[in-house]
Design a protein around this ligand. Sequence first.
Ligand SMILES: Cc1cc2nc3c(=O)[nH]c(=O)nc-3n(C[C@H](O)[C@H](O)[C@H](O)COP(=O)(O)OP(=O)(O)OC[C@H]3O[C@@H](n4cnc5c(N)ncnc54)[C@H](O)[C@@H]3O)c2cc1C
Length: 294
Amino acid sequence: MSAPYTTLPEFKYVRPKSLEEALKLLKENGDAAKVMNGGVGLIGFMKERLVEAQYIVDIKGIGELKKIEYVPGKGLLIGATVTGNELLEFFEKNPEVREKFRALYEAASHMADAILRNRGTIVGNILEGLPYVDMSGPAVLFDAEVHAVSLEGERWLPVDGLVLGPAMTQLFPGEIVTEILFKEPPAGSKSTYIKLQSRTEYGIVNLSALLSNAGSPGKRDVRLVVTAATQLPYRAREFEENLKKAERIDDVLEQEAEKLANSLDVIEDPYASAEFRKHLIKVLTIRAFKTLSR
Ligand SMILES: Cc1cc2nc3c(=O)[nH]c(=O)nc-3n(C[C@H](O)[C@H](O)[C@H](O)COP(=O)(O)OP(=O)(O)OC[C@H]3O[C@@H](n4cnc5c(N)ncnc54)[C@H](O)[C@@H]3O)c2cc1C
């Protein structure tokens, strides 16, 4: 790679100790300021000149953003600066919560590697907005919402629809995501994450799937999110509805998985053709729901 893409432009770096101070710094510096979390994504974007920032507000020193809490009936609250490794440690100590949010646990175990997971955060991973990031699928699967705070006020935003592309989101300049809530899954549900990689750590097709009450059409819950194969996370609503109302999942699974795969506008790149990705979506969807209904 040539020089401009391996060097960082000059910028001013600040590491506020409180959320209020960080919000003030963002407001004062407008579009020139960017939030830095783990920095794994942001620094890369800056080197590639995909993101311009004259002012970096590093939020890692803000103590209140470093928390993980499971609230029965509500869900799993994860503070903005919680890293992949910290989430995995929490799951090791709380196996019941891990099983409730199994797809999130499996995805976090596959997020890059142990060194990157030491810095990369759950929230930063989602907001990075690249198609293959591992946290976005489980976030959409568990109807997650982020808490966005600015000097003007606060709001909760669903992760489904939050991301618009690489480093592009529905957040306003001046807003900081302080936490993310992965909502309590249906009682007795099982979930899983399947990541299919090709020569790199990035997935070419990632699936997040959830199933409850497999044997009872009236009570059954079915959820499926496709990532990595599509530019943005795709919640397969029509597939979910058709599986929910089927008398037996096995009767319709193959046909619905094929319909889903053919309906998607998938990525074509040097790692996998669109045709291969569609084939994988079909095969892996069948595998996910066969495993979950066992
Ligand atoms: C070699 C390599 C391999 C990788 N492999 C994988 C992989 O296999 N799977 C995977 O999922 N990822 C992978 N990644 C990506 C990596 O996991 C992400 O870059 C990282 O998780 C991003 O998190 P971060 O905390 O570093 O975010 P940052 O880089 O700090 O931020 C990312 C973006 O989100 C914004 N942002 C972050 N936090 C907030 C907040 N609280 N409020 C408002 N805006 C915010 C930033 O301004 C920036 O635009 C890989 C990266 C590298 C370099």
